[in-house]
Write a protein that binds this ligand. Structure first.
Ligand SMILES: Nc1ncnc2c1ncn2[C@@H]1O[C@H](COP(=O)(O)OP(=O)(O)OP(=O)(O)O)[C@@H](O)[C@H]1O
Ligand SMILES: [Mg+2]
Length: 323
């Protein structure tokens, strides 16, 4: 049974489609990353999947429960941390956790245990007696995320949980999430920090203008879209290289006045071999050679740019998340 299943899911505001016929599948125990530029439809998708808003068309099933039949049944089994800040100004940090546990009917002993565990895990112990109004924005975000772990759940949706968190708080949260996933939790989360997605996610979907334009494991995304590498060759001394490279015009090769040659190509290995041949037959030594592998960030930029230039003709819209 899939934890998240969406089929031809759409949501329009007026005539404007915010989410446009997407399919998603997330298996149990997985961490699923949902990426995309501002306004792409990530938050709208999370609101649809968590039954906070109804779809214009399409089907949602969460943990095997049909969202149109039993939205409350779904809400009892999931956690949601929305992008929007949410806190009670006059409650202290520890009371915020405690009260959230009460809302979820967690028994008092478990509440006490979890409050202590979360205060420690989210580095909130020093400010436990402070009011939400009197703590920093990043601290408030930590409280908002931490309190969601007060209750039992099978699936947790997190909409940009790490925004405003400093690097160590961010890493702390990611590792805490990993621990919970080892214990059986499934995570659906959005982020703009691509290293974060790569660090955490089993699978990543990229959404643009309401449509899913790529979905795969981080490694497979790199294989598929990241074959282009940049190779820089620094020569010993200055040479007239333009004439030497004439025969290699079919490769994407550029150079400066005569010291650095840059190859930017999906076929960079072959181009490199050819250049090295030419250099050695001209008795030119290589001083330095570097290969810059493609990052998830470059893939993201490329995939989104390609999908924008495809205009209305969204090529990959039939892609399905999941296996
Ligand atoms: N309540 C609303 N009424 C009208 N339009 C909306 C509403 N909520 C969102 N939209 C529009 O729907 C589109 C998708 O918005 P959404 O909030 O899902 O984007 P997002 O991917 O979460 O962006 P961000 O990265 O900025 O959080 C945007 O064009 C937005 O302007
Ligand atoms: Mg959003």
């Amino acid at each position: 049974m899939l934890s998240v299943e969406a089929r031809s899911l759409s949501k329009s505001y007026g005539n404007v489609p915010a989410v446009d016929s997407i399919d998603l599948s997330v298996g149990p125990g997985k961490i699923f990353g949902f990426l995309g530029p501002n306004g792409a439809g990530k938050t709208t998708t999370i609101k649809l999947l968590t039954t906070l808003i109804p779809p214009t068309s399409g089907r949602v099933s969460i943990l095997g429960i049909d969202a149109s039949r039993d939205p409350l049944g779904i809400r009892k089994k999931i956690g949601v941390v929305l992008q929007q800040p949410s806190y009670e100004p006059n409650l202290t940090v520890e009371r915020s956790l405690e009260k959230y546990g009460m809302m979820w009917d967690v028994d008092s002993r478990t509440r006490r245990e979890r409050t202590e565990e979360l205060l420690a895990a989210f580095d909130l112990e020093d400010i436990r007696k402070k009011k939400n109004d009197d703590i920093s924005i990043g601290q408030r975000r930590r409280v908002q995320v931490a309190r969601e772990f007060m209750h039992d759940m099978d699936l947790l949706f997190l909409d940009e949980p790490t925004v405003g968190l400093d690097p160590s708080a961010r890493r702390g949260l990611l590792d805490y999430i990993r621990g919970k996933v080892r214990d059986g939790l499934t995570i659906f989360f959005t982020t703009h920090i691509l290293e974060e997605a790569e660090y955490l996610c089993d699978e990543i979907a990229i959404i643009n203008r309401g449509r899913i334009i790529a979905v795969d494991t981080p490694d497979e995304l790199k294989n598929k879209f990241g074959r282009e590498k940049t190779i820089k060759i620094r020569l010993g001394g200055t040479h007239d290289i333009s004439s030497m490279l004439e025969g290699l015009a079919s490769y994407d090769i550029s150079h400066d006045e005569g010291t650095v040659i840059t190859i930017h190509s999906a076929d960079s290995e072959r181009a490199l071999a050819r250049i090295l041949q030419v250099l050695s037959s001209n008795n030119i030594g290589v001083e330095d050679l570097s290969v810059v592998p493609t990052s998830l960030e470059e893939i993201f930029l490329k995939v989104v740019k390609d999908s924008n230039s495809n205009g209305e003709n969204h090529g990959a819209s039939n892609n399905q998340a999941g296996k």
